[in-house]
Design a protein around this ligand. Structure first.
Ligand code: ADE
Ligand code: ZN
Length: 330
């Protein structure tokens, strides 16, 4: 099963590129850029990855990305992710990044955009891996700042597959961002949003109604609202679930307690994703394998999950058909 899962062609839809920064690369970039890290070695970094909740993770996540300074740093970060994901059988990735986390420490917008888009092109040319870029807004900052970033990103509007919404969910409801998401819609840019990770089911409703999101990141707390579950089933709204992330951030105590089997039983359109693989126990293969071990799922279930991801991915119709065909033949 382990080998079969690895070679199953997979699309990853919920991946924060800054969350792919492995401690080894963090030290390498810190040395190159003269950044003093509050850790003696990579072992100490990994030892610090014990989280109580989303906020305790976010504190380390924002601290870690301080080592990213140049266009080439972002390029190397993304290339390292693409290579690891490729080895996990990922053939397409919708990667998101947090521009405000870089602008607020003095970088300009071109630095992440240019580095990430160069890596995306190189990954397609060298390992045949396709990708799309999601520009996410930090929901714990002012909505006006997100609106400003969207305008500032004008030169890259045609390379943004979607805007997203992430960071600290509680007390930052989707409705706070209605205007900026409406502006993205007017610009013809798709919208996705984290909702129902730590926040209540009402935030999933809000992401659909106020933000017109075409995918929900996480969405695991939808089961608390049966009417919402019925709506999600009928609309087949894609939910990008991140099993190991939910364990690491204590959304659930153990993977066997995860609502994924109940979500599948309810007929929901679920995919499996790694969220922040450097912080949450690894990439797609580790997430798929952990689900096999926790739930005893067979090849058909994993094929279905892989198909759900491809059907919801930001790819051309031709590429979608190609990956679906590869899944059917494995
Ligand atoms: N940013 C990076 N990972 C995140 C997560 N799991 N939830 C919210 N914001 C994030
Ligand atoms: Zn996420």
């Amino acid at each position: 099963m382990k080998d079969w899962l690895r070679q199953l062609p997979k699309a990853e839809l919920h991946l924060h590129i800054e969350g792919t920064l492995e401690p080894e690369q963090m030290f390498e970039l810190a040395a190159r850029n003269g950044v003093q890290l509050p850790f003696v070695d990579v072992g100490a970094v990994r030892a610090a990855y014990k989280f109580d909740d989303l906020q305790s993770f976010l504190d380390l996540y924002y601290q870690g990305m301080n080592v990213l300074h140049t266009e080439n740093d972002f390029f190397e970060l993304a290339m390292a992710y693409f290579q690891r994901a490729h080895a996990d059988g990922v053939v397409h990735a919708d990667i998101s990044f947090d521009p405000q986390a870089h602008l607020t420490r003095g970088l300009d917008l071109a630095t992440p955009f240019d580095g990430l888009t160069r890596a995306m092109q190189q990954a397609e040319q060298t390992i045949g891996m396709t990708s799309a870029l999601i520009m996410s807004f930090l929901r714990d900052r002012e909505a006006a700042e997100a609106a400003e970033v969207l305008e500032q990103a004008r030169p890259w509007h045609d390379v943004i597959a979607a805007v997203g919404l992430d960071s600290a969910e509680q007390n930052n409801p989707p409705e706070k961002f209605t205007a900026v998401f409406e502006r993205a819609r007017a610009l013809g840019i798709r919208r996705v949003a984290h909702a129902g990770e730590e926040g209540p089911a009402a935030y999933i409703r809000g992401a659909l109604d106020a933000l017109d999101a075409c995918r929900i990141d996480h969405g695991v707390r939808c089961l608390e609202d049966p009417d919402l579950v019925a709506h999600l089933r009928e609309s087949q709204m894609p939910l990008t679930v991140c099993p190991l992330s939910n364990v690491y951030l204590k959304v659930v105590d153990r993977l066997v307690d995860h609502p994924l089997p109940a979500m599948l039983d309810a007929g929901l359109n679920v995919s499996l994703n790694s969220d922040d693989p450097a912080y949450f126990g690894g990439g797609m293969q580790n997430n798929f394998l952990a689900c096999h071990e926790a739930f005893g799922w067979d090849e058909n279930i994993f094929r279905g999950l892989a198909r759900n991801a491809v059907n919801a991915a930001f790819v051309t119709d031709a590429r979608r058909a190609e990956i679906l065909d590869a899944i059917d033949h494995c």
